[in-house]
Design a binder for this molecule. Structure first.
Ligand code: PEP
Ligand code: MG
Length: 294
């Protein structure tokens, strides 16, 4: 079996009908790059940056972050690397980011909300990513977006980050920017959001949690928690259509993107990219190459 999969290294991820799907990897630290290269990932579709903060008493400096992003960018060469800005809160807590105890943390100050509440820390991460952009093919992605207004606030902080880099004489690159579509709100206004960003990556883990109103970590809900619920599939279809109408691409970086029961359906919906854990890349390439879709 592994031998058959190994033969797919270096091959294109393309349907029998000739439609190309980008097959990228999700990573949670710089060390995971080995597994991406080993499994012939076509890039990194989701670099979760939380590891830089988790368990740390002090916020990582701009320089520290820059070195890590730069290293990943260089190792991936001209392959795409999408760095997701800090997504703390809910299940992910870090001592360097003191958070008030909340009744409903999953619906609390998490993801982009937390970053917009701490613009200094956010700006330092943005500066590190922009600088690392000089060394590879980087993009920035924002988690937990629910509104156009949030994009406006991000834009303002990004502008200041660039201005400061210029003043400090540090080189940087203007990078493509995308959002995670992982709240029902973002999916519902994806036609509007699509006009403001360069790409969408659908986070089905949270999108399922918030659409079904079921805690993704509550094991007691296992018999109710239905991956690939029709409600979620309809939202995904809508998001892809709205992305394409605006001329941007849409991918899936949540677990559902690696669920082979739905791969053909996603391809039929017009999905452009799937980002999955490294070990899922070759099995998915194999499956996609057997699909007839044009
Ligand atoms: C998601 O919500 O689907 C996702 C990819 O992000 P995370 O699992 O890190 O919340
Ligand atoms: Mg998420």
């Amino acid at each position: 079996k592994q031998k058959i999969l190994n033969q797919l290294k270096g091959k294109e991820t393309v349907t029998k009908g000739g439609r190309r799907i980008e097959l990228l990897a999700n990573i949670g630290s710089g060390e995971d790059v080995d597994a991406v290269l080993e499994n012939d990932g076509e890039g990194i579709g989701l670099f979760r940056s939380e590891f830089l903060y988790l368990g740390k008493e002090q916020l990582p400096s701009e320089e520290e972050q820059f070195q890590i992003y730069k290293d990943v960018a260089k190792r991936m060469g001209d392959k795409k690397v999408i760095i997701r800005t800090l997504d703390l809160g809910a299940d992910k807590q870090a001592p360097c980011f003191p958070m008030e105890k909340e009744e409903n943390p999953a619906m609390g100050c998490r993801g982009i909300r937390l970053c917009l509440e701490h613009p200094k820390a956010f700006k330092s991460q943005l500066k590190a990513i922009l600088r690392a952009g000089m060394y590879g093919n980087l993009s920035i992605m924002y988690p937990m977006i629910t509104s156009i207004g949030e994009l406006g606030k991000i834009g303002e902080i990004l502008q200041i980050a660039k201005q400061e880099l210029q003043e400090e004489g540090k080189q940087y690159k203007d990078l493509e920017q995308g959002i995670m579509v992982e709240t029902p709100a973002a999916a519902m206004i994806s036609d509007l959001l699509a006009k403001k960003v360069d790409f969408f990556s659908i986070g089905t883990n949270d999108l399922t949690q918030y659409t079904l109103a079921m805690d993704r970590q509550n094991e007691k809900l296992e018999s109710f928690y239905e991956p690939g619920h029709e409600a979620v599939l309809r939202l995904i279809r809508m998001v892809i259509e709205n992305a394409h109408k605006a001329g941007i691409w849409a991918g899936i970086c949540g677990e559902l993107g690696a669920d082979t029961r739905f791969t053909e359906e996603f391809v039929k919906m017009g999905i452009d990219e799937l980002s999955v854990s490294p070990s899922r890349i070759l099995p998915l390439r194999r499956l996609i190459r057997s699909i007839d879709e044009i």
